[in-house]
Design a binder for this molecule. Sequence first.
Ligand SMILES: Nc1ncnc2c1ncn2[C@@H]1O[C@H](COP(=O)(O)OP(=O)(O)OP(=O)(O)O)[C@@H](O)[C@H]1O
Length: 233
Amino acid sequence: MGNNLLDVEFLCVGLDGKPIIRDVSFLLKPGEICALIGHNGAGKSITMKSIMGLYKKTTGRICLNGFDQDKEIMKFKQQLTYIPEEPMVFPELTIRQHFLLYSTSYGVAENDYQNKVDYYARIFDLKDKLDEFPHNLSKGMRQKVNVISNLLVDTPLLLVDEPFIGLDIHATQALQDELFQRKKRGLSILLTSHLLDRIRELCDRYVLLVNGAVKETGAIGQLKSIERRMTHE
Ligand SMILES: Nc1ncnc2c1ncn2[C@@H]1O[C@H](COP(=O)(O)OP(=O)(O)OP(=O)(O)O)[C@@H](O)[C@H]1O
């Protein structure tokens, strides 16, 4: 795998008997932020979910930090966390219990845990909600619970599907700052977004998907040509 963190090779995924993801290959280096971009239905979320193991590959290979998804699934899974597009919360757990669940699952150190919860609850303005249950929160607040749960753990790869949808301006900026901080710590991020201005600010590289296949990859400096392509595809 050389010095790549993530190596997706010839990924194919079919759903309902139809090919959805077709021979998708791309690489991600440590400390890189890469955007998966493309039109609605291009296959961004399904690609992300198959890296996460939520959709089964038809063929292909996914290696993360040296672990093959097909051979060492437990070690593979410990290398990544995932912020889905729609908030995924447990109705019977308080917000604080969500944070504890994620932190214990990924082995966050005891003395880091409380400091991190205090810090993220403050910057995402959830301090007063820690002992509430999800049904008492707005959708944006539930999204913040997902965001914080994943930021608490420093996995080598963070997958983020449309992270800024539903977050207010303050939370959007806070998340962007935190993603930058992760990058500085050498951690990698794969994100999807339609917000090209955010992508321009955040990302090092892009992978453009069209109809489930990689149309092109490149440095984010080529965004002008991406914008032209995306409006003409
Ligand atoms: N559960 C499913 N069963 C069958 N087909 C699906 C399923 N989920 C998604 N698809 C199809 O897979 C294709 C890719 O969907 P995907 O959600 O990956 O798109 P996307 O690029 O993330 O789009 P968007 O920008 O709208 O979020 C679409 O044609 C969609 O209709």
